[in-house]
Design a protein around this ligand. Structure first.
Ligand SMILES: [Fe+2]
Length: 145
């Protein structure tokens, strides 16, 4: 018997009242260049976000693997779910700290610790953007087809 992806569109809610659809919002993460504290920006304006007396810097996600280590998220769509993995170590000093899926007007984040199984499961939504954050190699992204 063949398997089909079943999507309950009533639970996706990407539609706006004017009948349009939301574009997936971009994740904006800023980091202090001194103490490495990180914030998720909920709303931007023209002013800088300061930490340790310095302007926090936006992390620009990488999309192309450039080294032996892999960081771009992989995904599998099955039974209306999207299962996200990263082919990356989960060692004490080098691991994926979180995986995030941005879809329309929604964001979902799963946090990890060293030694965890690196897998995050979300409800599948077309047009989503996946992000993975490595404690050494920073932010990576992949767009879901
Ligand atoms: Fe890494």
């Amino acid at each position: 018997m063949e398997e089909f992806d079943i999507i309950d569109m009533d639970n996706v809610s990407l539609k706006r009242e004017d009948g349009g659809s939301y574009m997936s919002k971009k994740l904006v993460i800023k980091r202090c260049p001194k103490c490495m504290a990180m914030v998720k920006v909920m709303k931007e304006n023209d002013s800088e976000i300061m930490c340790c007396g310095k302007a926090m810097e936006e992390l620009v996600p990488n999309v192309v693997e450039a080294s032996f280590e892999k960081h771009v998220p992989n995904y599998l769509i099955k039974d209306g779910k999207i299962i996200v993995t990263v082919n990356h170590v989960m060692e004490d000093d080098h691991y994926i700290e979180w995986i995030c899926m941005c879809s329309g007007n929604k964001e979902f984040v799963v946090y990890f610790e060293p030694g965890d199984v690196l897998e995050a499961e979300f409800t599948y939504m077309p047009g989503a953007i996946l992000y993975a954050y490595c404690n050494k190699h920073l932010l990576w992204k992949k767009e879901v087809e």
